[in-house]
Each structure stands twice: as structure tokens, then as C-alpha cells.
Design a protein around this ligand. Structure first.
Ligand SMILES: Cc1cc2nc3c(=O)[nH]c(=O)nc-3n(C[C@H](O)[C@H](O)[C@H](O)COP(=O)(O)OP(=O)(O)OC[C@H]3O[C@@H](n4cnc5c(N)ncnc54)[C@H](O)[C@@H]3O)c2cc1C
Length: 412
């Protein structure tokens, strides 16, 4: 029998390939590059279980005009890209209806609630437990006004029972002495722990997959052979073909291009994000930090301190604009005055973003041997193990432990 082919060796595809191979399936993991070179390479390394709140919500809309007019704001739309973005943007707008919002929050919370059950099991069985840190994330506020602006987020966490602790200035500096005294309040999310190096995690998982007998292939998908109800072959850009019994498209932000080849459009966009890796930061940190009013994140990683964030809507093909990364570093220095910005590398990655924030994890509506696992947005690292667990159930015909209806592709 032909193998199962997973397209995309990011955190999503690689973790799924490992999970399926471990269940005794015969799996090929296919990517145009070596594993982990997409968005999974340089993300902010956070298992961000408290960040499932849908991006489109009335509170965001009120701030949007101010953000869009500010070239250094947290969201930037490249003017020339706006016409192409409009259909996605309309769906984004519709996702903020109050009744829909409640459903989307619940769909995200269900996944985040089981993240550690799946991640701990994965890290244990692969002996990769050393890759996750013990400390959580601090969300920073200068004063009560900034804190109140983030109140909706905290209320959602309270509603779904996610752990958090409100701290005053003294307690904050005991946890992170490098933080500026301008920070008067913080919320500690103890469960938002970090991975020491997200890229090395993908590499390590791909090695575990190979050790179980899985096969890695390098090639760019350029088309498919199908008979209308099932897909039998993947065509690569160099003319090669790979026969498949089942296919999972997990090519991150590029999955929409692949699904379009099959006549099954998915409203997938790229929310481009940036990081600056500071190899000799001159400070040490135990926790990651986010400062919602300044819209950046800092994470201590194996290779120094990583500063990142931002959302840039400019499509898959525009070159990076590293001015966005530099703005984030400037803001990080406001939080961490002693931060030395020397020996840096800059990076841009494509978050696979659906307009309603909830990932697509489920069967194709048109082909009986095709599945999608994409659109994990800002939480692909967080959802990696859970997504693999649920998708492995679906692909092998077992009943997943959660209702998968909210994650179906035919909701669009
Ligand atoms: C700045 C930034 C910070 C982030 N921080 C966090 C965080 O702290 N926590 C968190 O949980 N998430 C975070 N994310 C999001 C997370 O990185 C993504 O959701 C996740 O990496 C998506 O994984 P993926 O496997 O779906 O996609 P990718 O890692 O992008 O992998 C897709 C793969 O598909 C391959 N591919 C594409 N097209 C083809 C083709 N035609 N043929 C063959 N192969 C193809 C690509 O080469 C690539 O390897 C962040 C993202 C960014 C950009």
C-alpha cells in the first residue's frame, strides 16, 4: 500500500508524521526545504495556552484605525496588498459577532486546556523534556489604565479556568530584576512555559520520526492527480511524483495555495511576524514577557534573548521589512533598560492565519483521503502536540477525544 504523505515539515506536519509513524503507519514527510525552516523556525517559543482569544473582536476594531495609521503600530497592512486582503478581512469582521465570538473562544480554549496532556506525553516518549522550561510568562502594565485595557483577556481566562496571578511592582522585580521600574502591575501566566529552541524541537522530532522508519523527502508540491473523489499522487515541481494512500496538507501559510490546486479554497492569509535574536544581551531572564500596550514579546531562549511579535499583512511574496523588527527591539529596551543589542540576527516568518483564529484540523470536504492541518496562527507551537494527537486519530479512523466540528474546513 502507498504511504501516507504529510506535506509540510514545520512543527505541525513533523509532529503529526511522528505520531502516525509511531502508530505503525508508513509515512513520508515532504517539504521543499529541510524540516523546521518555515514559521516554526523562529517563533517566540512560548507554549501560550492563555492566548487563544480570537483576534477579531469589538475591542480590537476600536483600536484598528489608530494602529493602521501608525507605521510603527502593532498591525501593518501594506497598502498595495489591501485589495487582495479584502475577502479575508470581511470574514475577519464577521467573526467578531458576539454569538460567533463565544463559539470561537470555546473552540480555542478546548485545545489549550489539553495542550500539556499532549505535549508532556510527546516530550516524555521522545525524551525531549529538557526542551521545555519551568517558568511562565509575565504580562506587563505600567498602570491600572493599561491593565484595565487588557481586562477582557483576563476575564476570558477566568471564565475558562486558566491559571494567572496578579502581581504588584515589588513582586514583579523579585521575579525579573531586569525589568524597568515603570512597570507597576503584571499578570503571571505560570503555564505559558517556553521551548528552549523551537527549530531544534522540530529537528529533534524529525530525527525521532526517521528513527521509527519514517521517510523524509525534499521537493516542492506543484500539483495533484485525483479522480474527483480521492487524490492518488502528488506532483513535484521537478517532475517527480509520489503515490499516496492518504495525504495531509500541513504546509502552514502556504496550504491555501495547495488547497486551491485541488479546487478547495481556504481563506488562509499570512500574518507576517518578526524576531531579533540577541546573542549577547548582557542580562538574564527567567520568564518570557509580553507588554500588551506595546505589542511585543521577549523570550529567553537557548541562543540568547529573542524579541518579537507584530502583525504585517503583505502576503507570501513581499520581501521582509526589518524596520518592524527594529521597532520591537526599541520597545523591548523600554522594558529592559540594560538590554545590550549586540550580535543580533533578524528573521521574518509567516503565521498561517484564518480569519476566525481557530485552526483547520479535519477532512477535506471534497476528497475522501485528504486532510488539512493548518491555520494555527499565533499558536502553532502551542498546538503542535495536540494537533498531532487529534489529527492522528482522524487519519487512522479513530474517534478523537474532542468534538472536531469547530475545526472543520467546511465551516468557511
Ligand atoms: C514572529 C512569530 C512569533 C510566534 N510565536 C509563537 C509562539 O510563541 N507560540 C506559538 O505557539 N506560536 C507562535 N508563532 C506561530 C507558529 O510559529 C506557527 O503557527 C507555526 O510555526 C506554524 O507551523 P506549521 O508547521 O503549520 O507551518 P511552517 O512552520 O511554516 O511549516 C510549513 C512548511 O511547509 C513547507 N511548504 C510550503 N509550501 C510547500 C510546498 N508547495 N511543497 C512542499 N513544502 C511546502 C514549508 O517549506 C514549511 O517548512 C509565531 C509565529 C511568528 C511568525
Amino acid at each position: 500500500m502507498s504511504p501516507i504523505v504529510i506535506v509540510g515539515a514545520g512543527i505541525i506536519g513533523t509532529t503529526l508524521a511522528y505520531a502516525l509513524q509511531r502508530r505503525g503507519e508508513n509515512v513520508i514527510l515532504l517539504d521543499s526545504d529541510t524540516p523546521g525552516k518555515g514559521a516554526s523556525y523562529g517563533n517566540m517559543a512560548s507554549i501560550a495556552v492563555t492566548e487563544f482569544m480570537p483576534a477579531s473582536r469589538p475591542g480590537i476594531w476600536a483600536q484598528m484605525p489608530k494602529w493602521l495609521l501608525d507605521p510603527e503600530g502593532p498591525v501593518r497592512i501594506q497598502p498595495g496588498y489591501l485589495p487582495r486582503l479584502m475577502p479575508w478581512f470581511l470574514r475577519f469582521l464577521l467573526a467578531s459577532r458576539p454569538s460567533r465570538l463565544r463559539e470561537l473562544e470555546a473552540a480555542g480554549a478546548v485545545l489549550c486546556k489539553r495542550v500539556y496532556e499532549d505535549l508532556d506525553a510527546l516530550l516524555k516518549e521522545t525524551a525531549l523534556e529538557h526542551m521545555i522550561g519551568a517558568e511562565g510568562c509575565l504580562s506587563l502594565y505600567t498602570d491600572d489604565t493599561e491593565f484595565r485595557a487588557d481586562r477582557e483577556h483576563i476575564e476570558i481566562l477566568e471564565r475558562f479556568g486558566f491559571r494567572h496571578e496578579i502581581l504588584d511592582g515589588k513582586a514583579i522585580r523579585e521575579l525579573e530584576p531586569s525589568l524597568t521600574t515603570a512597570i507597576g502591575k503584571a499578570v503571571l501566566f505560570p503555564d505559558n512555559r517556553s521551548i528552549s529552541d523551537p527549530y531544534r524541537l522540530v529537528l529533534a522530532l524529525s530525527e525521532k520520526f526517521l528513527a521509527l522508519g519514517g521517510q523524509l523527502r525534499q521537493g516542492t508540491v506543484a500539483g495533484f492527480v485525483h479522480n474527483g473523489s480521492s487524490v492518488s499522487e502528488i506532483r513535484l515541481s521537478d517532475g517527480r511524483a509520489i503515490a499516496a494512500s492518504k495525504i495531509v496538507l500541513a504546509a502552514g501559510a502556504f496550504t491555501g495555495r495547495l488547497s486551491a490546486m485541488l479546487g478547495e479554497p481556504i481563506p488562509l492569509e499570512t500574518e507576517r511576524g518578526y524576531h531579533t535574536q540577541i546573542m549577547a544581551p548582557g542580562i538574564t531572564m527567567r520568564h518570557s514577557i509580553i507588554w500588551p500596550a506595546r505589542a511585543f514579546m521577549v523570550t529567553p531562549t537557548a541562543g540568547g534573548i529573542r524579541v518579537g511579535g507584530t502583525v504585517e499583512m503583505a502576503g507570501l511574496d513581499a520581501p521582509p521589512n526589518y524596520r518592524r523588527a527594529k521597532v520591537l527591539v526599541k520597545r523591548a529596551k523600554e522594558a529592559l533598560p540594560a538590554l545590550h543589542v549586540e550580535q543580533v540576527s533578524e528573521w521574518m516568518g509567516h503565521r498561517p492565519a484564518l480569519p476566525d483564529t481557530v485552526p483547520v484540523m479535519g477532512p477535506s470536504a471534497n476528497y475522501d483521503n485528504l486532510w488539512y492541518s493548518t491555520g494555527h496562527g499565533h499558536l502553532g507551537l502551542t498546538y503542535g502536540a495536540t494537533s498531532a494527537r487529534l489529527m492522528a486519530d482522524l487519519v487512522t479512523g479513530r474517534q478523537p477525544p474532542v468534538d472536531m466540528k469547530p475545526y472543520r474546513v467546511d465551516r468557511f
